[in-house]
Design a protein around this ligand. Structure first.
Ligand code: MN
Length: 280
């Protein structure tokens, strides 16, 4: 998601390094930045330890006894379980052609010793962010302007009395149940009966910053157990108000990105009509 932090606290990093001092330095540094670091001294254990630990990233020394980091990179990239885990190679001598060989083996990142600590952490964060961006579908984003003051537009999103008339209303069914407890940690549920079936939309309010920002989770059990997050950003727009809705998507939901964007656009149209009529 575009609005998530690049480095989540507690992300796991496996550090494979035969030099005791470097191993301690890397692990201490990573822990000081909120990561969970797992040291591996003997490269021969690296693949099994990686499978057991399930790291978000592997820091891999290249020059090691028994087995080289280059060979370990190739093994991990050939392993069904590990091939998606990004690898940052660390090498003592930046000999000509080293970086090419390391990247050809499959490493996503490369830093050479002597290592600047700032650059090391930046490289770690960069690789984790790139992996997160590649693994998560881009969120759906829909914008619309309203000819109403910002507070009225914002309040329409959390007013239990009128919410069911437009939010998650397909226009082809009847809203049969609405509950909303608009406070952080409070929940909402909107149920529409459509073609004889009940369509449930429910979630929890995560942020209510009147009148500019609303964040809530969303689950539609009829479609999937996946919980997505909806961020509603509200801003003044000339005499009126602009709203940008961003919804995170699961990989399955991402296949219907166009459909979800159309649904949001239709809901925002319905809200605009209500605001114009003074119903909301
Ligand atoms: Mn070494």
């Amino acid at each position: 998601m575009g609005f998530s932090e690049a480095s989540r606290v507690g992300q796991k990093i496996l550090v494979v390094e035969d030099n005791e001092l470097n191993l301690k330095l890397f692990c201490d540094l990573l822990r000081a930045h909120g990561f969970e670091a797992e040291p591996v001294r003997d490269g021969r254990e690296a693949v099994a330890r990686a499978r057991a630990f399930g790291p978000d990233l592997v820091v891999m020394d290249i020059q090691m006894p028994w087995i080289s980091g280059l060979e370990l990179i190739e093994r991990m990239k050939g392993d069904e379980e590990l091939r998606k885990t990004p690898i940052m190679a660390v090498t003592a001598y930046a000999a000509k052609g080293d970086e090419e060989r390391i990247r050809a083996a499959g490493a996503e990142g490369y830093v050479s010793k002597p290592i600047s600590l700032v650059r090391f952490i930046e490289a770690v964060r960069g690789l984790l962010a790139a992996a997160a961006a590649a693994g998560e579908p881009q969120p759906v984003r829909v914008e619309r302007s309203f000819a109403a003051p910002i507070e009225r537009v914002f309040d329409a999103w959390i007013d239990p009395a009128t919410l069911g008339a437009w939010l998650f209303a397909s226009g082809q069914g009847e809203t049969v149940r609405v509950s909303a407890d608009p406070q952080v940690g409070g929940t909402y549920e909107i149920v529409e009966r459509r073609d004889g079936a009940e369509w449930v939309h429910r979630g929890t309010y995560e942020a209510i910053e009147r009148p500019t920002r609303l964040v809530f989770t969303l689950r539609v059990p009829n479609v999937s157990e996946h919980e997505s997050r909806v961020v509603v950003a509200v801003a003044p727009d000339g005499e009126g108000t602009k709203v940008a809705v961003t919804q995170s998507l699961s990989p399955e939901a991402a296949e219907d990105r166009e459909g979800i964007a159309r649904e949001w656009a239709a809901m925002l149209d319905a809200l605009a009509r209500r605001l114009e009529r003074g119903d909301t």
